[in-house]
Design a protein around this ligand. Structure first.
Ligand code: SAM
Ligand code: SF4
Length: 329
């Protein structure tokens, strides 16, 4: 078991398959792009499998594939088919721009749970935030995934005075669709021009819901263990909504997550500036298990050591971290 010094056991691994993306979301990457790892430093399909298997042998029961955009990797089919042979639940986070091409592959690999990013229901705003013109593809693909029977959650990063006036529209999107809308607090990473004033906090979201719906209609749902979100639904709506408040209400106490970057480094926390290189060790034939265990033991209690709001808000500290696109959100 991968248990850290605070007694938290780590059963959930998020693997970033690539630093590349077909969108350019402003909150995820700087306009000028990021310094990409050389291609030879990115894990091959076999290396992804070998490292993932080591984690599964150490007790990991769930793997989420993310990026960058996982579906831009040319060998994504090979990776999924290999990972599907492991005794582990696989989920994917995607922007859904090209996911229609992979429906059969997902079914073959028994992948049911998909988190899709969509930050606006308005085409022009989608274009502003993603710096690309793929709104219609994404909307069509979300409907396709629902029709094909996948469990779809929609990730919405809220930014003040940009899309916070769409909170109720997003909640109403759950009226006839069996989806879960997840409002995510905007988090600080290198190059994303974060500041607290741009963030829409848990309380603001609930206040908007309470102003629009009768409080008796807003039902608080039971959260699952290790859930990072607080879940709600509107009475008689088919879907539900949730709030992920990593900034104002961190869920570090029950954290069971580890991350593997596309260049094969383990990050023990999304906010951690330090990483341990598994890929180089694997390539020279070293046993990576002790490196993984050491990284888990070094995990801080709260947000990679940014245990106060002041530390989290310090630009010096978050510029030590990567941009989200190179972490794998
Ligand atoms: N390309 C895929 C996608 O967009 O879903 C997967 C990778 S993306 C980095 C994973 C998730 O991280 C997305 O839901 C995105 O909205 C979220 N994300 C990126 N930057 C963020 C930030 N600064 N604050 C909060 N969430 C962020
Ligand atoms: Fe790409 Fe996802 Fe980042 Fe947007 S949030 S730039 S889709 S990796």
């Amino acid at each position: 078991m991968l248990t850290d010094s605070f007694g938290r056991s780590h059963t959930y691994l998020r693997i970033s398959l690539t630093e590349l993306c077909n969108l350019r979301c402003t909150y995820c990457m700087p306009a000028e792009g990021i310094q990409l790892s050389p291609k030879s430093h990115i894990m091959s399909a076999d290396e992804v499998f070998t490292i993932a298997k080591t984690f599964v042998d150490l007790g990991v029961t769930k793997i989420r594939l993310t990026g960058g955009e996982p579906f831009v990797r040319k060998d994504v089919d090979l990776i999924l088919k290999k990972l599907a042979t492991l005794p582990v639940e696989i989920a994917i986070t995607s922007n859904a721009v090209t996911i229609n091409r992979f429906i059969e592959l997902l079914k073959t690999c028994k992948i049911k749970n998909l988190n899709i990013s969509l930050d606006s229901l308005i085409e022009e705003k989608f274009k502003l935030i993603t710096r690309r013109n793929d709104f219609n593809k994404v909307m069509t693909n979300i409907h396709l995934l629902i029709t094909e029977g996948f469990n779809v959650k929609i990730n919405v990063v809220l930014i003040k005075n940009f899309n916070d006036n769409e909170i109720i529209d997003f909640i109403n999107f759950t009226k006839d669709l069996p989806i879960n809308i997840r409002f995510i607090e905007f988090m600080p990473f290198d190059g994303n021009r974060w500041n607290r004033a741009k963030m829409v906090a848990l309380d603001d979201i609930l206040k908007q819901a309470e102003n629009n719906f009768d409080t008796s209609e807003i039902i608080r749902l039971k959260d699952t263990p290790n859930d990072t979100s607080k879940n709600y639904k509107i009475k008689d709506y088919k879907g539900s909504f949730a709030i992920i408040s990593s900034v104002t209400n961190p869920f570090c106490d029950s954290c069971n997550r580890l991350r593997l970057t596309a260049n094969g480094r383990i990050k023990n926390c999304l906010f951690s500036a330090s990483e341990s290189d598994l890929l180089t060790a694997l390539r020279v034939g070293k046993d990576i298990t002790p490196i993984i265990k050491k990284a888990v033991l070094a995990k801080y209690k709260i947000r990679g050591g940014m245990d106060t709001q002041d530390k989290l808000e310090s630009p010096d500290l978050h510029t030590n971290n990567r941009s989200m696109i190179a972490i794998g959100g």
